[in-house]
Design a protein. Structure first.
Length: 374
């Protein structure tokens, strides 16, 4: 039943910026580890890396206070192997007052759907932490007036412990940093070998060089694995902590009880593959391993890439390196051989009646959205 106080749903205004950041802090994502996905010092700085067009809606109480937030960011991704314009629904946050108004939730979804342009696919995609059962139950229930959430599969986000010493590069494989002169080559490689993954990113060289779209990422952050001058794999260490932070807000009881033990063993954690459990209120000292691509038949190059990235992460004094792969990605078994903690999220296509056919036409290739831009 709707709350007796009606909420106004409308586009966010420039003066709402502090309230948006406060809502992200105060409405965390709950699970075994409860985290808030924050955007300090500016909401807009982080939004730019997620797409080239954005719709940001807020729900307001009668006194004007922001009690709800929803965003739709549009980017070009590879859908069934071809570039397409597609929206991602993110930053869905509601205070207690916002959750009480199903009418406001319905209106928010309707407004975001109405903002879709003619060159964009008739569905969006989104991800929800797999152990966030309340949110999944609501959105999968087919509630009248809400869009359909069509389950596409799971993503595995691996947070790798940084070892004291990673294995050396394999014989015959050379790992070199990227350069500005090679961004065109890198962009072409990303597109050529991204089509095997559903919803994979396909940035242009200009986007990779953009201080807005690739904020915090430099050409030298790319690691290129070569053999005999042929590019076999690539990936980039993208440290986004200057504008996006993952802050621990709480632990499930068993994890909370175990945290002092992990803290005492912190020096041995990388060798033992133990998770780092920061104190509540602390940001995770992690960067993404983004834009990972491997040429067909060059799986050993992925192992070389991952080991080189872990060496580079240690040199940068990072506490963890985060990589997202589809749960059925053929690279996942090799990635799991390194000490890590895995987090699961469920990916959905979100659509109304007009997008049902297009969403159903998504084929079964492994999921591959770039988690650094979600």
């Amino acid at each position: 039943m709707d709350a007796p106080v009606r909420l106004r749903v409308e586009p966010a205004r420039a003066e709402d910026e502090p309230a948006l950041r406060r809502l992200l802090r105060e409405a965390p994502l709950r699970g075994r580890v409860t985290v808030s996905l924050e955007r300090e010092p500016s909401f807009e700085l982080a939004a730019a890396v997620e797409g080239d067009r954005h719709d940001v809606l807020v729900a307001r109480a009668g006194d004007g206070a922001v009690v709800g937030l929803a965003c739709r960011s549009v980017r070009t991704a590879l859908v069934n192997g071809a570039p397409a314009r597609v929206g991602y629904l993110g930053q869905l946050r509601l205070t207690r007052a916002g959750r009480a108004s199903l009418r406001a939730v319905r209106e928010g979804f309707a407004r975001l759907a109405a903002a879709r342009r003619s060159d964009e696919l008739p569905f969006d995609f989104t991800s929800i932490v797999s152990d966030n059962a309340p949110a999944r139950r609501l959105l999968e229930a087919g509630v009248a007036g809400l869009p359909t959430y069509r389950r596409l599969g799971e993503l595995a986000t691996l947070s790798f412990a940084i070892p004291r010493r990673a294995p050396p590069a394999q014989d015959g494989l050379r790992v070199v940093p990227g350069t500005p002169e090679r961004l065109e080559e890198i962009a072409a490689f990303l597109r050529r070998h991204g089509g095997a993954r559903q919803l994979a990113a396909c940035p242009t060289a200009a986007e990779l060089a953009s201080p807005e779209r690739a904020r915090g990422l430099a050409a030298g952050d790319f690691l290129l694995v070569e053999r005999g001058g042929t590019l076999l794999a690539c990936g980039a260490i993208w440290d986004q902590r200057g504008f996006k932070q993952t802050v621990v807000r709480g632990y499930a009881p068993l994890l909370a009880a175990a945290r002092p033990v992990f803290a005492a063993l912190a020096a041995l954690a990388p060798a033992l593959g133990l998770p780092a459990l920061p104190r509540v209120g602390a940001a995770l000292p992690a960067a993404f391993l983004a834009f990972v691509r491997v040429a067909d038949g060059a799986e050993p190059a992925f192992a070389a890439l991952l080991d080189a990235a872990l060496r580079a992460a240690r040199a940068r004094r990072l506490g963890a390196l985060v990589l997202g792969l589809g749960a059925d990605d053929p690279l996942l078994p090799a990635a799991r051989r390194r000490p890590h903690v895995a987090y699961r999220s469920t990916l959905y296509a979100v659509h109304g009646a007009d997008g049902a056919r297009a969403a159903a036409a998504l084929d079964g290739r492994p999921l591959g959205p770039e988690v650094a831009t979600l």
